[in-house]
Ligand binder design. Structure first.
Ligand SMILES: Nc1ncnc2c1ncn2[C@@H]1O[C@H](COP(=O)(O)OP(=O)(O)OP(=O)(O)O)[C@@H](O)[C@H]1O
Ligand SMILES: [Mg+2]
Length: 117
């Protein structure tokens, strides 16, 4: 099992929910977060080029984080579909971090592993 930690632009939430639903994802946890990546939260790409290398303060931008634990075999398909839906020509499209999940347990039934997802 893998946990996909998917950080996206807020307006892409519905698209990613649909991708996960179509992949028969058992569940997801969603949070609104603040974050920044390589551009330290600066949105104007011309400005980024000008100030690169100079000291700037970090600006945090609103993003959505989705956590979904899925079977190993679903991972690559989900990544491809998220890329299809969420990649643009602009910085800030987001990232997917992948974590190994050791075990999952459905509390109600005691099922474990993929059966618990
Ligand atoms: N190294 C990181 N560690 C933790 N969170 C990160 C990291 N990089 C990006 N994020 C999260 O992902 C969000 C989107 O990052 P973003 O897409 O801007 O990454 P980037 O590396 O700057 O790529 P790009 O150049 O395409 O913008 C950030 O706001 C932050 O929440
Ligand atoms: Mg960025």
């Amino acid at each position: 099992m893998k946990e996909l930690e998917i950080i996206i632009r807020p307006e892409k939430l519905e698209d990613v929910k649909k991708v996960l639903d179509e992949a028969n994802c058992g569940g997801m946890t969603v949070a609104t977060i603040m974050g920044c990546g390589a551009q330290k939260g600066i949105v104007d790409e011309d400005v980024v080029r000008v100030i690169k290398g100079y000291k700037t303060t970090i600006n945090l931008l609103p993003k959505i984080k989705i956590e979904a634990v899925v079977p190993d075999e679903s991972v690559e398909d989900i990544i491809l579909k998220i890329q299809e839906k969420c990649s643009s020509d602009h910085v800030g499209d987001g990232k997917i971090f992948i974590h190994n999940i050791e075990e999952a347990i459905r509390i109600r039934t005691g099922e474990r592993g993929d059966k618990a997802l």
